[in-house]
Design a binder for this molecule. Sequence first.
Ligand code: HEM
Length: 353
Amino acid sequence: MQYHQYLGLDKVLTSQQPMSEAQGRAAHDEMLFIITHQAYELWFKQILHELDSVLALFSQERIDEKDMGSIVLRLERITEIQKLLVDQIRVLETMTPLDFLEFRDLLYPASGFQSFQFRLVEIKLGLRSSQRLTYNQASYDSQLLPDQAKSVQQAESELSLFEGVERWLSRTPFLRMDAFNFWDSYRQAVIKMYQQDRQKLKENSFLSPDEVNIRSQQIDRAEESFQVLFNEEAFERAREQGHWRLSHRALQGALLIQLYRNQPILQLPFRLITALVDMDELFTTWRYRHALMAKRMLGSKVGTGGSSGFHYLLEASEKHKVFSDFFQLTTFFIPRSALPNLPREAELQLGFF
Ligand code: HEM
């Protein structure tokens, strides 16, 4: 085996064909522009490779505990790649807006909007088409080549990471153990925590009656916010309105994992959720950084693909999220001191005894 052959470098290194050169008006920075995009596409390919393997494991009826380590490692690998993707923007930003204008007109109507692999990543993570911003009043896949449009439609009908994770969470086996009913114990702990807060407020002699009144209302409001969790009908209504996406059962599983993450058996599930939170945050970071880059390069010009440019990208960074539930869930974390202690029998089930 020879290095060049093994890596297919003949193809890779002859795949940079600046349009400006072909037109006899060579623009120095077009090479950087092409190579940066190609590097992104290679990393997207690697991300898809990791995602597909993880999705295959999530597609099974049950996930073997032995596979959990690989799942977590692969998701963590994706987040490390995403950090590179964010950093690469700085390299492209060494191209100034004037240098970009040397060849930008040659790109019309091509645009990153047509990145097939980027769309696959979004779909496989679980971004729903109903969530997407409309783009020139047309569906996002109208911009893709016909075969690619078919493939993204196919991907939309397959299991996404969000759905796989939701199913897995809703199977969390430790929610109702003989020795410990998590949901009842948690609800009681929340009630007790706010009772203690009210008691402390009563005993506080430094606050004026007005301040006591304000704080008391804050405690009431904080406690009320838990009603959406404890009243399943209210939760379903909130879910229909799009405030939550996970099922109630999956949410309980996620909360148990977060609150009792020190229990040995919950440590990998906790790292899995953390990787999903990192992934969502890093995609939002990339989208936002990319929007800023577009602003600095284009100002208020429209994109080569025809969108409003910066504003479209900024809105997408706010709306195109998948795992928002895990961010919202933090509202319902309570301090370790307020958490119900696990009975010994439950601890035995959650440890490696
Ligand atoms: C000079 C640098 C860049 C500028 C000015 C820029 C600008 C834009 C603009 C304005 C859009 C909105 C669609 C349109 O109207 O064309 C867009 C979309 C997009 N660009 Fe870039 N871009 C740049 C570099 C990159 C790079 C290096 C990538 C890496 C693959 C990339 C990937 C994407 C993707 C995936 C979208 C679709 C985003 C979405 O729909 O959420 N762009 N870009």
